[in-house]
Design a protein around this ligand. Sequence first.
Ligand SMILES: [Zn+2]
Length: 196
Amino acid sequence: MKATHYGTCQICNNKQKAPNGLLSKHGYTVDYGFFNGVCHGAEHLPFEKDRTVLGEVIQDFQAHIESKIETRNKVEKGELPVLVRIYLVPENNGFGQGKYHWIEYCGLENGKPLIRADKLPSGKVPMTARLDEDGIWHTRVQYYGDDTPLSNYLYALDQEILRNIRHLRGMKDRYNSWEEKELEPVTTRLMKETSV
Ligand SMILES: [Zn+2]
């Protein structure tokens, strides 16, 4: 059926055509690590008429943020292994011989981050040293501290969590200030566009 009205999406706040009163299928354009692919508001009533889906998504998004914060705190305490990227130089080689490697940060010892080193009896070594698959020791270049790659990782995660919280706040504001409105007819909009 041809759409006669536009409606505002409860979730992404964009205008969409609303055939049979429900919003057409559309994607979510901003990725907050939660809103991927088809928008949760698609094929639901527009915000002018209903806020139910928004309320549900707020709850789910809140839970998503809480679990992300929990993960973040576990990583910081060394309770959850995580990949970090660091610059390593084979021992007895020059600075230029180094390469970035993804390594697994897996815990703390006396406040120092540890990485996985499967060939050692302890299974773990400080970040400043690494034994590779061929038995060659690598040293990390000494212009940042042992905890820098981990701090950078946590910083990026914190930024994402802050973006999530700001977005959630915006959604809650929209939910709380909701009131029923009329839908915008498709013809009005076309006339506006052609009369310019
Ligand atoms: Zn949407």
